[in-house]
Design a protein around this ligand. Structure first.
Ligand code: ADP
Ligand code: MG
Length: 271
């Protein structure tokens, strides 16, 4: 469960981002305020072009905002300008990013795709490999550690990508439509996994999604429209108004059950 008595892991204040100048200027984000607490999994929704990816990239310190403030894990990292000189280090230490498609490096096998992040973070080679294998096992894709991305099913590749995003035990996990390539059963499995990780690591997780089927998996929904946050919907309200069968108590299955589901239904090719 999210712990909102603790300080937020992600705090965004009056964040704006525009692209271009003059008549060509696009206001991609306008005065965004958002807090995400330890253990919280929040959804970020909105029509195409509403600013979801831009917001995720600003929080990930991949894209420089135009104004406002971003605080990550208690540290102000952006306040009208970057306050950290080494953003790469910051990303390695604090942030795990899951892309819509696995984006694995094709010339590295499963374990090396995960270990690369740890190599960059300064782990010894043996420690990096050990941790990579441990994580792949945890995600029940350890038996595929020597497989190259082209040999993995869609679900397996996404789990390797999730292992890579989690390798450094980030406090902040950002996922841009991670369930888009998955069918609804597998989307739910991935969401269950993220919920488990949020609790295990006291992490804050933001998931961009269009998928109405997984709305009950979020503690909170933020909706963007034309670069503005429209209003937040608590999961309890969602479950009352839209999803009566789900209720407000989210039962997170054990990891082994979660991934067993993927394994049982795993086939090669796209999912
Ligand atoms: P979403 O992820 O919700 O589909 P985006 O964050 O990708 O939306 O885009 C928000 C707005 O910013 C859109 O109008 C888009 O065209 C614009 N935009 C995004 N990235 C750039 C860029 N690099 N240069 C110019 N405009 C951009
Ligand atoms: Mg997008």
């Amino acid at each position: 469960m999210a712990d909102i008595s603790k300080p937020p892991v992600v705090r965004v204040e009056h964040l704006s981002k525009y692209f271009g100048q003059g008549a060509a200027r696009v206001n991609a984000l306008i005065d965004i305020n958002m807090d995400v607490y330890p253990g919280q999994v929040v959804g970020l929704m909105g029509p195409s072009g509403s600013g979801k990816t831009t917001l995720l990239h600003c929080i990930a310190c991949i894209l420089e905002p135009s104004s406002g403030r971003i605080t990550l894990d208690g540290e102000v990292v952006y306040d009208e300008h970057w306050l950290k000189s080494d953003l790469r280090r910051l990303r390695l230490d604090k942030i795990g990013f899951i892309f819509q498609y696995p984006n694995l490096l094709p010339f590295l096998d499963g374990s090396d795709n995960v270990a690369l992040v740890l190599d960059l973070a300064g782990y010894s080679s043996a420690a990096a490999r050990g941790r990579a294998v441990e994580l792949l096992d945890y995600l029940e894709v350890g038996h595929r550690k020597h497989a190259f991305p082209r040999q993995l099913s869609g679900g397996e590749a996404q789990r390797v990508a999730i292992a890579r995003a989690l390798a450094n035990k980030p406090r902040i996990i950002l996922a841009d439509e991670p369930t888009a390539p998955l069918d609804s059963a597998r989307a739910r499995i991935v969401m269950n996994l993220l919920r488990q990780i949020a609790v295990d690591q006291s992490a804050a997780i933001i998931v961009v999604t269009h998928d109405e089927m997984i709305l009950d998996q979020f503690d909170h929904i933020f909706r963007l429209r034309d670069g503005r946050l429209e209003g937040e919907v608590a999961a309890s309200e969602l479950s009352r108004s839209k999803l009566p069968s789900v209720g407000t108590v989210v039962v997170t299955p054990k990891i082994s059950n979660v991934t067993a589901g993927v394994e049982a239904g795993s086939t090669h090719g796209t999912e």
